[in-house]
Design a protein around this ligand. Structure first.
Ligand code: KG4
Ligand code: ZN
Length: 339
């Protein structure tokens, strides 16, 4: 049995978890900074780093005591190396290096997007099978990825401008809904008529890439044309529908074209109810979806991904640095046993 401590600080959650065998959650502690950033309408990087620094040690302590483990009970320490905010990542990376050095535990560097995918392994009874088409949609990324095995990723498509979550957040700001925007748009849309306003879809022909900036601009134009009373529910519904339509259609098409055994949703936007429903409705293969609490950033997904690096003997030296830009299909994300 392996027991891994997973540390995640890429954005605005200081998150630490203990996971057994990449599948069983022993603890999953998250100190969120959402309220602090909400008054600025988005994440303030410098403030995020300072809050991570203050929370890091207490959150590690809490994750270990909740799991009922002591240092000798752990097999490795894993950390999000990137992508994410540089200053925020640095806090987690340095904490993990300190733990690794002081406690003689192997260090495992995990790609944040890979972590999101592995949230699917934390679902009891889920049996992920390859090839797996993964839709990874978060505040910073929108990637469509073909996963042929553990640690093997081929990026089929990516966003050419805004990430899906970023588009939700910006749209929510235009509609005066607050931050983070995704859940607020979803709630507002429940009572809206998605057909009242024509919000376009960016299909980008046969490409698996995404583009959300045009959709955002279309929404802004409509908002500007309204008098004082903005029809928030109808606009939220139309906007959400456009994103769900494009994300679902491309994911299902990729699954068919690449003979996927399953589809996996991952990242904060995978918490979106209509997206979850639509993919399940249209997919020709079983769909894996983490519970909402594991879609947004957490340490458990990092520890889960790390388990498979551990099995491959894929450890990181203490010289690693935070890597703010680190695509999931970069060769250094793959499982490579040290020479
Ligand atoms: O994965 P995540 O927690 O952090 C990043 O790695 O970015 O994703 C956060 C993003 C935010 O943009 C937030 O608005 C979006 O996920 N989100 C949602 C929902 N819940 C969170 N978007 C749409 N619908 C939701 N229910
Ligand atoms: Zn994330």
């Amino acid at each position: 049995m392996t027991r891994i401590l997973g540390i995640e600080t890429s954005c605005d959650e200081t998150a630490v978890a203990v996971v057994e065998d990449g599948r069983t959650l022993r603890s999953n502690i998250i100190a969120t900074q959402t309220d602090m950033h909400a008054k600025y309408g988005g994440v303030v990087p410098e403030a995020a780093s300072r809050a991570h620094l203050a929370a890091m040690v207490p959150v590690i302590d809490s994750a270990m005591s909740t799991a009922g483990v002591e240092w000798p009970d752990l097999d490795a320490v894993a950390v999000t190396r990137g992508p994410g905010l540089a200053g925020a990542l640095l806090i987690g990376v340095n904490a993990a290096k300190a733990v690794s050095f002081a406690r003689q535990l192997p260090l495992i560097a995990v790609n944040h997007l890979e972590g999101h995918v592995y949230a699917n392994w934390l679902v009891e009874k889920a049996e992920p099978r390859f090839p797996l088409v993964c839709l990874i949609v978060s505040g910073g990324h929108s990637d469509l990825v073909l996963m042929s095995d553990h640690g093997q990723y081929q990026r089929l498509g990516r966003t050419r401008d805004d990430a899906a979550g970023e588009a939700f957040d910006k749209a929510a700001r235009m509609l005066g809904l607050g931050f983070p925007g995704g859940p607020l748009i979803q709630r507002a849309a429940e009572s809206g008529n998605a057909k009242r306003f024509p919000i376009p879809r960016a299909w980008l022909r046969d490409s698996y890439d995404f583009s959300f900036s045009g959709v955002k601009t279309a929404l802004l134009r409509i908002v500007e044309q309204q008098n004082d009373d903005i029809p928030v529910a109808d606009l939220a519904a139309a906007f959400q529908e456009s994103l769900v339509d494009v994300l679902t259609t491309k994911t299902v098409k990729a699954a068919r074209e690449h003979g996927a055994q399953q589809i996996a949703l991952a990242g904060g936007v995978a918490a979106n109810g209509p997206l979850r429903h639509r993919v399940q409705e249209l997919s020709p293969v079983p769909v894996l979806i983490p519970p909402i609490s594991l879609c947004t950033d957490n340490g458990a997904m990092i520890a889960a991904a790390a388990h498979f690096h551990y099995q491959a003997g894929d450890f990181a030296p203490l010289t690693i640095d935070a890597t703010p830009s680190w695509p999931i299909d970069s060769p250094s994300v793959r499982h490579v046993a040290p020479a």
